[in-house]
Design a protein around this ligand. Structure first.
Ligand code: NAD
Ligand code: UDP
Length: 319
């Protein structure tokens, strides 16, 4: 297949490009580097099955070669208001990537009669009142809250995908991605994994926002990409949760990172850094992914974290 991947220079997008090329496909990566980095795709330059276009997906996409699939991953993804890459500091860009960017990429998929996959998020569930979260849960989202530029853009994106499927019969797929980590996360994007690992490697206390009792379920990137690839090839049009269902409190997760890095500095509590509506509990119900895709996460969190810690160690030495 000839496949367009938007957000190709980002964390997930770059791993996706690698996987698609390894499967024998030809990939056109698109990115404007607003939160990603050319370093993430440097190893692909010169590969005859990879081409790159620098472009903002919020603007009309003019692409004249035949495409068989479009995967829309372009969007800021970090909620950290202290990071220049966090969506609270890129509010309008985030709204445009999820709305205009989704419409533009859907239009391209329609024109090419191509498969389409939208990178949605567990944030469509907001601060959930149902636990774990099945795809049938409608969510608990503040439309004007501090996370609204991301949550509502993704919710609009899902609605747009379903409309193009129902009206124009585009072969669409929606992945609701839960917290994923691994090599190539940006050092300064402010999410828990890059923050904690770098603090631990510097021998500093890990910054816990709030009291650390909020939960997440962290998925290693290889597992996530496997789920995305299976969903792309499937006949499923309704949303599918993809992520890990091993739930941990943020405090417990921080302690695991301290143990793996032999950091004795402990943690420090920073209630002032909690972004409004920080979800209290998050864990996907993976029944649909298991039954429809025959997929489930396999990588143990300690193994995934060790690989990620090594990646950050090398990056920090180079910086
Ligand atoms: P990332 O910031 O590393 O990657 C996003 C990429 O999109 C970056 O390279 C950025 O430069 C690019 N981009 C942003 N706006 C663009 C635009 N207008 N035009 C072109 N390129 C643009 O983040 P990530 O973690 O790799 O996330 C990728 C996608 O997956 C996002 O859509 C995000 O919402 C979704 N997602 C990620 C997670 C996660 O845990 N990593 C969870 C849920 C959803
Ligand atoms: N968090 C934290 N310290 C940090 C960064 C994040 O305690 O340095 C918390 C954050 O408040 C949230 C959780 O860790 O409760 C996961 O945050 P992340 O930014 O990774 O993603 P989210 O799941 O909120 O989108």
């Amino acid at each position: 297949m000839h496949i367009l991947v938007t957000g190709a220079a980002g964390f997930l997008g770059s791993h996706l490009c690698d996987r698609l090329i390894a499967e024998g496909h030809t990939v056109i990566g698109m990115d404007n580097f607003i939160t990603g980095s050319p370093e993430n795709i440097e190893h692909l330059s010169g590969n005859p099955r990879f081409n790159f276009i620098e472009h903002d997906v919020s603007n009309f996409i003019s692409f004249h070669k035949k495409l068989d699939a479009v995967l829309h991953f372009a969007s800021p993804a970090s909620p950290n208001r202290n990071s220049p890459r966090g969506y609270p500091n890129l509010q309008i860009e985030t709204l445009k990537a999820g709305s205009l960017g989704t419409i533009n990429t859907l239009g391209l998929a329609r024109l090419n009669q191509a498969r389409y996959l939208f990178a949605s998020t567990s944030e469509v569930y907001g601060d959930p009142l149902e636990h774990p979260q099945p795809e049938s849960y409608w969510g608990h989202v503040d439309p004007v809250g501090e996370r609204s530029m991301y949550d509502e853009a993704k919710r609009f994106g899902e609605a747009a995908v379903m409309a193009y499927h129902r009206v124009h019969h585009v072969n669409t797929h929606i992945a609701r991605i839960f917290n994923t980590y691994g090599p190539r996360m940006s050092l300064d994007d402010g999410r828990a994994v890059p923050n904690f690992i770098q603090q631990a490697l510097r021998g500093e206390p890990l910054t816990i926002y709030g009291d650390g009792s909020q939960t997440r379920s962290f998925c290693y990137v290889d597992d996530l990409i496997e789920g995305i690839y299976r969903l792309l090839l499937s006949d499923e049009h309704l949303p599918v949760n993809i992520g890990s269902d091993t739930e941990t409190s943020i405090l417990e997760f921080a302690r695991t990172i301290n143990r793996l890095t032999e950091n004795e500095a402990g943690v420090i509590y920073q209630p002032e850094n909690v972004l409004g509506n920080d979800p209290r509990q998050r864990r996907p119900d993976l029944t649909r992914a298991r039954t429809l895709l025959g997929w489930e996460p396999k990588v143990d969190v300690e193994i995934g974290l060790r690989v990620t810690i090594e990646y950050f160690r090398q990056k920090m030495e180079l910086a």
